[in-house]
Design a protein around this ligand. Structure first.
Ligand code: 5GP
Ligand code: MN
Length: 332
């Protein structure tokens, strides 16, 4: 997708007032960080902006500036229908297929409004009028930074906007350690730090807020549930709803767990399968050229990035895990 011109987009933006920002199902740090950074920037331009997310997001993100005005579509369908009807422009952040926002996607698709895509996932659909899409970006937050700067708004990036952007870049790069991190990423961070934003506070707000049960769940999964696929450098977890219940599971409690087996020497692929709201939610991670985006698209109704993707399965947990074990060799 050809990146749209910032200069031309500035003219587009000038003509709009009612703006909706939306992001993917089960919003993560980059989804909420990018949405709220853009929100805080656009309200500074005097726009009427609403952030609408398809469903709830983890509590460790609810300190983000602008959090209070976020509307959850699943809980406010009528209100969101009205907002979409009145919108002049809709931003879709950190995803690239209406499938990723479920019922909200159908609503937006039908509304036929101009759409802006800002995203860094593989293989974007072609529903937007304006694309700021780049798979090389470490995060959607990095692209939002570029967009704000491109629109001439660098001076408007304050502590609040910087905190949102820092959150997304930090969480989507595993705290600046994934191969997606570039010199550019660190240059962006350097600009954000100049606003006076305090990185240590953000690390604490995201990572030092576990409940007692969440850390117990992590211990249980590592000691009892982590398994290896025979003869392959592949590790996985299969988690039942009952197990989650036992540890008083809250949204976001399993975030990051899929990566732990990479600490085992030689492991190249990790997977996590979890019973959730009537289906199996899947996370895949890989090293190097092993393409879990393609794997998730072909076999598990999902997608994402080459080294980090997700998907869904309507089979039982055991059947899904067995399907994965059978197919795992095709990754190599
Ligand atoms: P996670 O495993 O952290 O949920 O997701 C990893 C990556 O894959 C994220 O970039 C996320 O946006 C993407 N992803 C997760 N689940 C799905 C899915 O069901 N479909 C698609 N297309 N992408 C997904
Ligand atoms: Mn992202």
């Amino acid at each position: 997708m050809q990146k749209y011109s910032y200069t031309k987009f500035k003219t587009v933006l000038k003509k709009t007032n009612n703006i909706i920002i939306t992001t993917h199902w089960s919003p993560d740090g980059d989804a909420m960080g990018s949405s709220l950074a853009l929100y805080n920037y656009l309200i500074k331009l005097g726009k009427n902006v609403k952030v609408v997310v398809p469903n709830a997001y983890p509590e460790f993100l609810d300190w983000l500036p602008g959090n209070k005005q976020v509307i959850i579509h699943q809980k406010n369908e009528t209100k969101v229908e009205k907002l979409v009807k009145a919108a002049d422009l809709i931003f879709t952040l950190d995803f690239n297929s209406f499938k990723r926002i479920e019922k909200l996607g159908e609503l937006i698709e039908k509304a036929n409004k101009p759409i802006v895509m800002v995203d860094h996932h593989q293989m974007p659909d072609d529903y937007a009028s304006y694309y700021f899409h780049d798979v090389k970006a470490c995060s959607t937050c990095e692209l939002i930074f570029d967009l704000i700067v491109g629109l001439g708004g660098k001076k408007l990036i304050d502590k609040k906007i910087a905190a949102c952007l820092y959150t997304g870049i930090m969480t989507d790069t595993g705290s600046f350690r994934y191969p997606s991190v570039t010199a550019k990423t660190h240059l962006v961070i350097s600009e954000l730090l100049k606003t006076g934003m305090i990185p240590a506070d953000i690390h604490s707000a995201i990572y030092d807020t576990y409940s007692f049960e969440r850390i117990k769940l992590l211990g249980y999964l590592l000691s009892e549930k982590m398994a290896l696929v025979d003869d392959l450098p592949v590790a996985y977890f299969g988690i039942t709803e009952a197990e989650l219940k036992k540890f008083n599971y809250q949204k976001g409690d399993t975030e990051g767990i899929v990566n732990y087996p990479f600490s085992i020497k030689g492991i190249k692929v990790c997977a996590l399968f979890m019973e959730s709201e009537g289906y199996i939610k899947i996370s895949f991670r890989s090293k190097g050229k092993i393409d879990v985006n393609k794997f998730a698209r072909e076999h598990f109704n999902g997608g994402g990035h080459i080294n980090a993707a997700g998907g869904k399965s309507d089979l039982s947990l055991d059947a899904t895990v067995n399907k994965f074990i059978t197919l795992a060799k095709t990754l190599f």
